[in-house]
Ligand binder design. Structure first.
Ligand code: ZN
Length: 108
């Protein structure tokens, strides 16, 4: 179980770093936005949308990582938060911060 905690803690740090890096970007983009042609502005807006989507995904993953760490403390790690059944081993190997079984994850 110690290895999982290390993995989860490292993932949490990684996500925080990525999101902190992203948070800096809008001001840089804002300052170079002057004098841009419309086409470039549009593609920049699309980039920004994609970035927001990635950021949202990071936040969702981060919440799962935090929850998985809580579950380690509660000794419920590896069981589904919705139905309480064990999460498949293969799923936990691929996604160590999975807190839902495949069925409940597909539903949410
Ligand atoms: Zn479940």
């Amino acid at each position: 179980m110690t290895d999982i905690r290390v993995t989860l803690t490292a993932k949490l740090a990684e996500l925080d770093e990525e999101m902190a890096a992203m948070a800096k970007k809008p001001t840089e983009q804002g300052s170079i936005a002057f004098g841009k042609r419309i086409g470039e502005g549009t593609s920049m807006a699309v980039d920004r949308l994609a970035q927001v989507a990635v950021h949202d995904q990071y936040q969702v993953t981060r919440a799962d990582v935090v929850r998985a760490l809580e579950k380690l403390d509660e000794d419920t790690y590896g069981s589904c938060d919705v139905c309480g059944r064990p999460i498949a081993e293969g799923r936990l190997e691929a996604l160590p911060w999975a807190v839902l079984c495949v069925e409940d994850a597909a539903r949410s």
